[in-house]
Every structure is written in C-alpha cells, then in structure tokens.
Design a protein around this ligand. Structure first.
Ligand code: WTA
Length: 696
C-alpha cells in the first residue's frame, strides 16, 4: 500500500494503564546547569529546587504546589540559574500585571540577549547542530563556536541591509541550518523574527508580510522534500508581487540563501533574480564574524508567529525575550530530562511553534546538540527516523502522533533493522495520541524502556503546559497527565465559567484554563491587543483560556478532548476553518462555504468543505478540482480539502448562522445524534446533505 506523507490526528481515547519509567538518577536534575562547560556567572545561584534530586511523584506534587503558591520565587530563582543576564532584573519586580488586565510582564527591567544565551555561553567546541537534509548523506555538523561566528556574520548582513532593533524580519525557508541561524541573528540584533511555514502559499505569505509591515524577507532558492525540489523563490516572487500591489515600497530587500551554495560556488545565480533580491551567502561571506549581542529588555519581543484562530486573519502571537527563553529552556530540560552530551531530535518544522521552542531555543539554551531534519518520515523509506536515531545516537526523539500512526501502518520490519538503544525519551506533540499509537511508540520503538512524554501546549503558551515527566510522574496512554511546574490548570464549566466540581467518580469535564501567568505566556497579538484580550482572557475573567476541552480523572490526569472553537488539526497543522472558507468563497462559483474536520486514520482530522454554489454554476469534477486549487493557492497545499460536498444550501438558522455542529456530526457519521434541527430555516436540508455525503 502506498501511504501519503504529511498526515495527522485527534481522537478520543480512554485507557487506564499507568506506567512509570526512568529511575532515580534519570530524574529531575531540574535546575542544576546542564552544560558543564559553559561559563559560570555570578548569577548562577543554586535554587532550592536544584539542591536535591527529585525522583518521585510526591516531590513533583510538592514542587508544583510551591511553584503555584510562590511563582515569583520559583521563576525568579530559575531565571538566575538558567539564563545569563546583562542587567539583572529587580527581585521585587519578577512578575507584574495579571490575567485580568492582560498586562503580564516577567523580569521587566532585566536585560539579556536570547542569542547570547543560546550560543555564546556554551563550550565553542561542543556540537550545536546536526543537520540531516532530504538525502540521508546530506549531513552538516556545526559547533557552538561556528554558530557564534556564522550567526554574527548574518547579524551584520541584516544590519547592512538596514534591519534595526524592533524591525520585523519575515523568514520563509526550508529546514536548513541557515533558518535557525537567521532566527538567532535576528535575536542577536534585537530584530523580531516572523517565520512563515514554507508550505504556505504566496497569498498567505504576502498577508503575513503586510500585517507585520515587514521590510526584509529572508528566503532560500529552494527546499527539498521527499526527493522533490520545492521552488520557494517563485512563491516569494509571487508574494512580493501581491505585497507590492498593496504597498509598493514596503519590502526593501529579499535576502536569498542558496540551497546548493558552496564556498567555491560560481557566480551564476541559480534563480531568476529580481531587483530587490540579494544573494545572502555572498553578503554573509563578506561580513565580519563578530557582532555584539544587543541588550534587550526581558519584555522586548523576541519573535512573532502567526497562528490560526476561529475567525478572521491569523494572529501574530508575540513572545518575549526573557519569559519565553526561560520557559523554553526549562520545559526542554524537564520534559526531556536533558543531560550533557544529549542529541535532541525534534523533527518539527521551524515554521511552527514546536520548531521554535524545541528545535531552536529550548535545546540550544540548554547547550545540547539539536538535530535539524529537512525530509519526511518515509523518505527514502519508512526506516528513515530509526536510521537517523541509530546513526546520530539520538537521545530524545520528538514527533507528532500523525507520523507515529503512519509508521505504525508500515509494521515493525523497518524498525527491527536499527539499534535504538541510545534513546532515553520519546515525545509526542500537537494532538492527542490515541492509545494504540502510544503503545506502539512505547513498546516497539521504546522497547518498553523509554519514557513516552505526551506534551500538551500551544503556540500561545510558548512551551509545554501539561505533560508527564520522565522518571517523575506516571505515563498514561492517551493522557498528557499533569500540569508543568508553574502551571495552574483549572477545568471550567463553559456555560457559566465556574470551576467544575468532581462527579461521583472524581472526574471533571469542561474547558481547560490556566489561573495564573507563567513566563512563556504570549503577551499580545501584534498590533491588536484587543483581539488578544477577546480570544484568551475575556472568555473567563481572570483565566487564560486554551480553547480546548478536557476531561480530568480522579488522579488528576488530563485528557484533551478537542478544540471548542473552529480550529482543526490536520497532520499536526493547526488550521482555522475560517481561512479555508474565505479561500473557497473567493472562487466565483461559491456563494457560501462551511468547513469542518472529519476523522482521519492517520492525519487525525481531514478537511471537509461544504459549498453552496451561486446561481448559474453546476457541480462538476472540474469545479471540485478548481476549488481544491483555490485553497492551495490562497492558503497552502497542506490545507487542501479531503472532501468537497456541493450542497443546494447549508444548514442555517433563521438568522442566517451556519450550524457547523450539524455538518460535523454528519461527516463523523453520527447522524443519529444530530440534536435539535428545528431551529433551522430549512430542516429538510439535513437529509439532503446526509444523502450527498453518504453517496461520496
Ligand atoms: C492541540 C502545537 C492533545 C490542542 C504545540 C492545542 C494537543 C493545539 C497536544 C495547539 C497534546 C497540542 N494532546 N492536544 N499533546 N498538543 N494539542 O498552537 O488542541 O499549533 O490547542 O501548538 O494543538 O496547536 P499549536
């Protein structure tokens, strides 16, 4: 069977096994510096949490309770041991603001540089990055010392092109080391990076460049994936045409890395050069490899990352220099039980938050070796991940349930060929992992000896907020288990906002919210603080609202049961249904569109689009193809609908609101629990749509 790559999940699961692996020494060396060789600073005060080795669930509970009771003490101590500060923060001003006013600040007044913390303070001879490209023999190994030099040169190149502190730089690149280096160079000079996943279309890229008023775009001529060349430069060209048609002089320079650049490259340009294009490799080669890191306030923006919500345009989620860096460093260390010399492999793309926090910042802030991967799990064959683990002696491996389910379908033959004994922790992220996939990951990949961490978090949380910890808290297939240190989760009743009381079994069900700020919380949405307040803080006063529903069992294990808004999760990609709908209605034939998630074996959810046509248009295979193409060009290929249903009309209330709930039930085959349809303007439409869906 030929399986397509690039798929994901989201399921309901409930299994009650509890497993703990890891041992005493393997446990939480929480705050003791991981990097033996890094410079010791006067700020390296042993925190109370570092003094002891904590290896039991009871101790987790104790530390968790303390971190909630006195967050300033907990995070203040860690900020001193985990990060190097140029100007120390004031001990009386560790946390200011609150979730009611939406003005949270951590360590404000303290000055530091995230790039310095991620690179300069580590042993220059240690390996910072192992890169493996699309072809397994395309390998680059880069030390911390080399990273400092190269990132400094890139910083100077950015400066030479006019980038200043506070400017937003959009990065649209394949997963090559230069992507991480460009992000870090922005951090070094105080510019704000905005990485746009290189699967987004020209339209989507253009709208993000315009929204951030971005003057410099960094890209590469092409990327490689599964043996195919991705012509990124052409997409950027089209995006720049769109940007120029709205704001002619906005983008001043497009800096283009060359995927095949070698030091002795000929002068021949491997792409069609436009007026604003600059050959980045050549520009960087001409720079001095020294650039003093810019002192940044802890509250200065480190980066923005666009993410999808229920409605409208994607939001530019803002993360800060101090709080985000601390939270990234701390969660990487705790969740993955990092130790000196570890080779940490997070195979996410830097276009998403997982790549930001766990490929780039979290791992490098801890001084371990981070692994960057450009290809797919099944290229050149389904043994690719296992082969990489064996060859690079990877110690932590972090992927999404969609990839696990895909590989599980291939069986264990490929797996059996490789020695995976270097593994210490296996991670899962992005969506609930169904127990079947969890067991395969744990038993077959981890040989029942390696802890599986199911990490629940979001772009807005900066890092993990609920996860089990190796050797410390128990694993439970299908559950992300317990809140991280400093995270005060509550389950609220969506109807009245009250904290849900446990039922007779001690379980609670409702929406997941967080009661107090943590350093990694996003501070605002770029240029739209009111939207930030409306989406995250106003729904339940005094709480951060995750947008997820949850069940918590009597032992305190959290089971995420799906989004309560119109966000779907396809192959690990967070997609706002509104974005796909807006793309569809741009087609002249479409009068109205409604998009819902449809369960999918591997992808978790697939996209199902219902369209009502304008008068004079007829359903045809060609039209369906055109609609698919419309979504690809407006948003990106990863949002292409799996199923398009042309309906005479959509189920709407008398006031004209589309009842997506009914469509969701229909595509899930739950037609016997449709609920009350009497409020629909035309209840008969439901049967027509059911018939249509069943006939497809
Ligand atoms: C979902 C990705 C269950 C959830 C890091 C969340 C999960 C959304 C898990 C955020 C998990 C992420 N178990 N659901 N372990 N991890 N999710 O912003 O619905 O791309 O709200 O961040 O993914 O997606 P985002």
């Amino acid at each position: 069977m030929k399986l397509r790559v690039g798929v994901i999940i989201s399921l309901q699961w409930l299994v009650s096994t509890t497993i703990v692996t890891g041992g005493e020494g393997f446990a939480l060396s929480t705050s003791s510096p991981v990097v033996t060789s890094r410079q010791t600073t006067s700020h390296e005060i042993e925190s109370v949490y570092a003094a002891k080795t904590i290896s039991s669930f009871d101790k987790y509970k104790k530390i968790h309770a303390e971190s909630i009771k006195d967050p300033e003490k907990y995070w203040g101590d860690l900020a001193k041991t985990e990060l190097d500060w140029i100007t120390p923060f004031d001990d009386d001003k560790i946390l200011q603001g609150d979730l009611i006013k939406g003005d949270v600040r951590w360590f404000a007044g303290g000055k530091l540089n995230a790039c310095y913390n991620a690179l300069d303070r580590h042993n220059p001879d240690d390996l910072a990055v192992i890169f493996e490209g699309d072809e397994p023999d395309d390998i680059r190994k880069i030390t911390y010392g080399e990273m400092v030099d190269k990132v400094s040169s890139i910083s100077n190149a950015l400066k030479a092109k006019g980038v200043k502190k506070g400017d937003v730089v959009t990065i649209y690149m394949p997963m090559i080391p230069e992507l991480a280096m460009t992000m870090l160079a922005c951090a070094r000079i105080g510019a704000v990076h905005s990485v746009v996943f290189a699967g987004f279309s020209a339209e989507a890229l253009a709208s993000r460049v315009l929204a951030a008023s971005c003057e410099v775009v960094v890209t590469a001529d092409h990327g490689l994936r599964g043996g195919r060349k991705l012509d990124l430069k052409s997409i950027v060209n089209s995006a720049m045409d769109i940007v120029e048609s709205t704001n002619k002089d906005l983008v001043k320079n497009v800096l283009v890395w060359e995927r095949d650049y070698k030091d002795d490259s000929t002068e021949e340009v491997p792409y069609e050069m436009k007026e604003k294009d600059v050959r980045m490799d050549f520009l960087v080669a001409d720079q001095r490899p020294f650039c003093a890191p810019e002192p940044m306030d802890a509250e200065d923006t480190l980066f923005i990352l666009y993410t999808s919500g229920s409605t409208g345009q994607p939001k530019g989620v803002v993360h800060t220099t101090g709080g985000y860096s601390l939270y990234a460093a701390q969660t990487t260390k705790n969740t993955f039980d990092l130790a000196p010399g570890d080779v940490f492999a997070c195979v996410a793309d830097c276009g998403w938050i997982t790549g930001h926090t766990y490929v780039v910042y979290g791992s490098l802030l801890n001084g371990c070796t981070t692994f960057m991967f450009e290809s797919t799990p099944v290229y050149p064959d389904e043994g690719r991940y296992w082969d990489m683990i064996e060859r690079h002696k990877i110690t932590q491996f972090y992927t999404a349930p969609t990839a696990i389910r895909l590989l599980m379908k291939y069986g264990n033959k490929a797996l059996a060929k490789y020695d995976l004994s270097s593994l210490k922790v296996l991670g899962s992220v992005g969506e609930p992992i169904n127990p079947e996939a969890w067991r395969w990951y744990y038993e077959e990949v981890g040989k029942s000896e390696v802890t599986v961490v199911d990490t629940y978090w979001q772009t807005e949380t900066g890092g993990h907020i609920v996860t089990n910890l190796p050797g410390i808290t128990p694993m439970k297939p299908g559950s992300c288990t317990y809140p991280c240190y400093g995270i005060d989760t509550v389950v609220l009743d969506p109807t009245n906002g009250n904290i849900v009381e446990p039922d007779e079994n001690g379980c609670v069900e409702g929406v997941l919210a967080i009661r107090q700020p943590w350093p990694g919380i996003a501070r605002t949405c770029l240029g739209d603080h009111s939207r930030y307040l409306t989406v995250y803080l106003k729904p339940y006063k005094g709480y951060y609202f995750t947008g997820d529903s949850v069940r918590r069992d009597a032992e305190g294990n959290h089971f995420i049961t799906g989004r309560v808004d119109d966000v779907i999760n396809v192959s690990g990609h967070r997609i706002g249904t509104a974005e796909v709908e807006s793309a569809l209605v741009l087609h002249p034939a479409v009068a109205q569109a409604a998009v819902v998630g449809k369960p999918h074996d591997i992808k978790g959810q697939g996209i199902c689009a219902f369209c009502m046509l304008k008068n004079g248009y007829e359903e045809s295979p060609e039209l369906i193809q055109e609609l698919r193409l419309k979504v690809r060009t407006e948003v990106g290929a990863f949002c292409t609908p799996d199923m398009i249903v042309i309906a005479p009309t959509l189920p709407m209330t008398r006031s004209g609101k589309i009842m997506r709930r009914i469509l969701r039930k229909i595509v899930c085959g739950e037609t016997d629990t449709l609920g009350d349809t009497s409020t629909l303007a035309d209840p008969a439409i439901v049967d027509t749509i059911i018939e249509k869906v069943e006939s497809l």
